[in-house]
Ligand binder design. Structure first.
Ligand code: AOS
Ligand code: ZN
Ligand code: ZN
Ligand code: ZN
Length: 424
């Protein structure tokens, strides 16, 4: 399925007058519009290879049809998204689901679609058919040295695949933990995990980063060996300067103040990246911004403030990834919505009047501080995001164009109705 340039131009033409009216209004109200548009254009969010098929739950799965059957088709799908929104210029792979049989071909195909390879993801949370030893009782934490070694070797293999593709980071999410009190010696589990991570860390090329992703619960429901940001930070600090904490928005206990976590990790220079999603209960992996958009804004507000205070480049100094997938939407439309929510929230965070906020904080003027934040949050910035996309050659309405071009119908024609994307 190809989206021709002239079709995007025709689509944009039909929406241009309305867009220009909205853009004229917001640019009249906003200082430094060009600077904001440049930042928006530079900001790219990586799409996870496992979000392109319908996610399903343990109770069932209702495939959309036309799902990608292999890595090539996953790259093509992300290429389509990027063509529409010009903000999805990266892919995050998962090994073993995405082992590239011909890496140079895969690399060339991605480049053809304007995509680069973001963090590589290892998998020691499932047993693979050809695997010698089981991860039933954990991987790096396991009481059996040979299971730990198998998990270390796997992660090193993932780094090798990443090097071939030009990635420069590894995300380690471990499902290790315990389901019942007494099952684990916490200290030994931590120490085994740390020494395994140290061996993996030693295999990282100089320019690589390691992201240690934490998660409070699931699949283990009594304890998790990388259970929160404190534990992740402990590992990352002991590992060294190439190791960072990764924040997945769905991995906290209810009501956690994620924006404060973000601010402190940034202060310590230990925030590495993000998995964006949204949730009502736990690791629901719902569309970004669909449930708690104000929380997302407060997080972006800390990101912008914290990164600026350290002179960091918003677009390149952290890993921005989506980690979401579920049962009821067309996965590509869902991803377009998630990326749009991220761009809108980033734009709002760029609008915050920092000077006024600092003044209000110094005067303990709580009301003004809240007004400053909500002024930005309540600003309709959609025309700014659309303008950035338009200038980059994307579609004014990515979802509108996706539907008008009957992308899903075409993918079903090409690939069939009953395809199963590899992954969760
Ligand atoms: C699991 O809950 C984590 O969010 C992981 O980041 C991710 O979903 C998994 O690694 C998929 O590969
Ligand atoms: Zn995640
Ligand atoms: Zn998760
Ligand atoms: Zn999640």
């Amino acid at each position: 399925m190809q989206l021709e340039k002239y079709r995007i131009e025709e689509h944009n033409q039909s929406l241009l007058a309305a867009h220009q009216r909205a853009f004229a209004y917001i640019s009249g109200e906003t200082e430094g519009v060009d600077n904001i548009l440049e930042k928006l254009a530079a900001f790219q969010v990586a799409i996870p290879s496992w979000a392109l098929g319908t996610g399903g739950t343990r109770f069932g799965r209702f495939p959309a049809g036309g799902e990608p059957r292999n890595l090539e088709e996953k790259i093509e799908d992300i290429g389509l998204l990027h063509r529409l929104n010009q903000s999805s210029g990266a892919i995050s792979l998962h090994i073993p689901w995405d082992i590239p049989s011909n890496p140079s071909h895969i690399k060339a195909l991605a480049a053809q679609h304007g995509l680069r390879f973001d963090a590589m993801n290892s998998n020691t949370f499932q047993d693979q058919p050809d695997q010698a030893l089981s991860y039933k009782f954990g991987s790096l934490q396991n009481v059996d040295k040979s299971v730990r070694q198998q998990a270390i070797d796997h992660n090193i293999e993932v780094i090798r695949h990443g090097i071939e593709l030009g990635s420069d980071s590894l995300t380690v999410w471990l499902s290790d933990g315990s389901c019942f009190p007494g099952q684990l010696n916490f200290r030994k589990a931590f120490q085994h995990t740390l020494s395994g991570l140290q061996e993996i860390y030693a295999a990282l090329p100089d320019n690589w980063k390691m992201f240690v992703e934490y998660k409070a619960f699931e699949p283990n429901f009594y304890s998790t060996t990388v259970g929160d940001w404190g534990q992740s930070l402990l590992y990352a600090s002991k590992l060294g300067p190439k190791a960072y904490t990764l924040v997945d928005l769905g991995h906290h206990l209810p009501n956690a103040n994620i924006e404060q976590i973000v601010a402190l990790l940034l202060m310590e220079g230990k925030l590495g990246g993000f998995h964006f999603n949204d949730s009502k209960y736990g690791d629901d992996d719902l569309t970004v911004g669909s449930i708690k958009p104000y929380q997302l804004f407060l997080i972006f507000n800390e990101l912008v403030e914290g990164m600026d205070s350290r002179g960091m480049n918003h677009a390149t100094d952290l890993g921005w990834m989506i980690d979401a997938s579920h049962n009821v939407k067309d996965p590509l439309e869902d991803l377009l919505q998630s990326v749009e929510a991220i761009m809108i929230t980033y734009a709002q965070a760029l609008l915050v009047d920092r000077k006024k906020l600092t003044e209000a904080q110094l005067n303990s003027d709580v009301v003004t501080a809240q007004e400053v934040l909500q002024q930005a949050f309540r600003t309709d910035v959609r025309a700014l995001v659309a303008e950035a996309r338009l200038r980059a050659g994307g579609a004014l309405s990515p979802i509108g164009m996706y539907r008008a071009e009957k992308v899903r119908e075409n993918l079903i024609k090409e690939r069939g109705l009953k395809t199963v994307a590899t992954g969760l």
